[in-house]
Design a protein around this ligand. Sequence first.
Ligand SMILES: [Ca+2]
Length: 218
Amino acid sequence: MEKRFAAFAALAALAAISLYAAGTAFAGGGNSDAAQACQKGGYANIVGTTNGLPDPSVVYGNAGDCTSYAAHGGTLWQAGSTSTFRIDATNPEWQDTGINVPANGAVVISTVNDGGGTCNAPNPGFCLPSSVFQCVNICLANSNWYSAIGRVDSGNPFAVFVPGSASNPAVVAAGPGALQLGFNDQKNASQGWFPPKWAYFDNAGYFTSTITNYTRIN
Ligand SMILES: [Ca+2]
């Protein structure tokens, strides 16, 4: 009797483990979700991860490669909507893009100066060599001077377009929070160089950011 009971108990334990495993598989957020998302052409709208954030340069040629990336521990991101936002270089405040980045999401921001955005309309060249400098405490944000910048909620600001830079690659920002963009120039009249020469009054034009939303799959 004792042996039979032990065997029954072992079977029951095995069944419980199987049920638990099945429950985990259906719970979402795992490799099964990743595999499903990669199927039926889905891989074409999915990218991989670099430094914990979506990387549009990590793409897949087929569903198998996409699934394999996740099976080996890679995190996949589903591309969502893409929109554009004009950053007004004459506006001394943060500008609300209307994009709310969720906790499991991120945005990839590519910015160009297609609107003559400048810190100094009479002398645009003035903005170039100085743009590599960080502005401390007298600008819209402690970030690159004379540059288009962004932040998520009140998080750390980051440059999205630096005029003096040789290239301006896309910038990735994680949620959660509201994405704001702006132009970094001196706005505190009581410190630093004497305004208004160095402030927003002589700015002009705009920058255009193309913003793509990504949602984490697994
Ligand atoms: Ca200015």
